[in-house]
Design a protein around this ligand. Structure first.
Ligand SMILES: [Zn+2]
Length: 237
């Protein structure tokens, strides 16, 4: 009896991790298309997944001039890491893009593969369609790491120039939609535009339209009212 108890006792840690194991990766990777696109078995259907917040150099573009050796490096990296594996998908915002592809963060062995691509210098932090809502800080750090270590793209002067140019273009978009990140960082309770006499809750839809340069914040409702502003009718702060 004592021995049996001992055996049961030794099984407890295993029983505790079983629920975690059953939550483990759900979707089989059917094919790696290129560095930032894969096909997975999603609810019984083969579905294309475009990885969020990354854009690796091209390797299988129909316009062959766009395909560059670094694209092949990124594609091979994705194949090494993902081929035949089971992965998890994490969505953010709209689940599908304009071509019907799933837009997701891909987790392999519990590692965020999107972030890994940026940390390896195989992709810039791609903000053309907005900042990452869940991992903005991590993406910035990953890119800084890759640049500091001259990894892949950032070890090639020509590619570095190209991506810095692109990044400054995406930056215009970034400053528009970057407001929520700024608000979070400054711990503002209410916000407004310098150019308007209305104040909002930080999550109001109108806040996203305020450019970062024009954004002002308040630590309290009283402070917002003292500034001469009235509450927004849509978010009713
Ligand atoms: Zn509002």
């Amino acid at each position: 009896m004592k021995r049996l108890l001992k055996i049961i006792h030794s099984l407890i840690p295993l029983l505790l991790i079983l629920p975690t194991l059953s939550l483990a990766a759900q979707h089989k990777v059917i094919r790696v298309v290129d560095g930032d696109t894969i096909v997975v078995d999603y609810k019984g259907k083969n579905e294309k997944v475009r990885l969020l917040c990354v854009n690796t150099p091209e390797s299988v573009h129909p316009d062959k001039k766009q395909n560059i050796p670094m694209g092949k490096v990124a594609s091979n990296h994705a194949k090494d890491r993902l081929k035949g594996k089971y992965v998890d998908l994490e969505f953010e915002g709209p689940k599908r893009g304009k071509y019907g592809r799933l837009l997701a963060y891909v987790f392999v062995d519990e590692v965020n593969f999107n972030l890994e691509l940026v940390r390896e210098g195989l992709s810039p932090y791609y903000t053309k369609y907005g900042l990452s809502q869940k991992y903005d800080k991590e993406f910035r750090e990953a890119e800084q790491y890759a640049r500091n270590h001259n990894l892949n793209i950032w070890g090639d002067p020509e590619l570095t120039q190209k991506y810095l140019r692109l990044k400054s273009k995406w930056g215009q978009y970034k400053s528009k939609v970057g407001s929520p990140a700024t608000v979070q960082k400054k711990e503002w309770k209410y916000v407004a535009s310098k150019k308007s006499n209305v104040f909002h809750r930080p999550d109001c839809k109108w806040v996203k339209k305020i450019s970062t340069n024009n954004l002002v914040g308040f630590k309290s409702r009283e402070e917002a009212i003292r500034s001469g502003r009235r509450p927004c009718k849509s978010c009713r702060p």
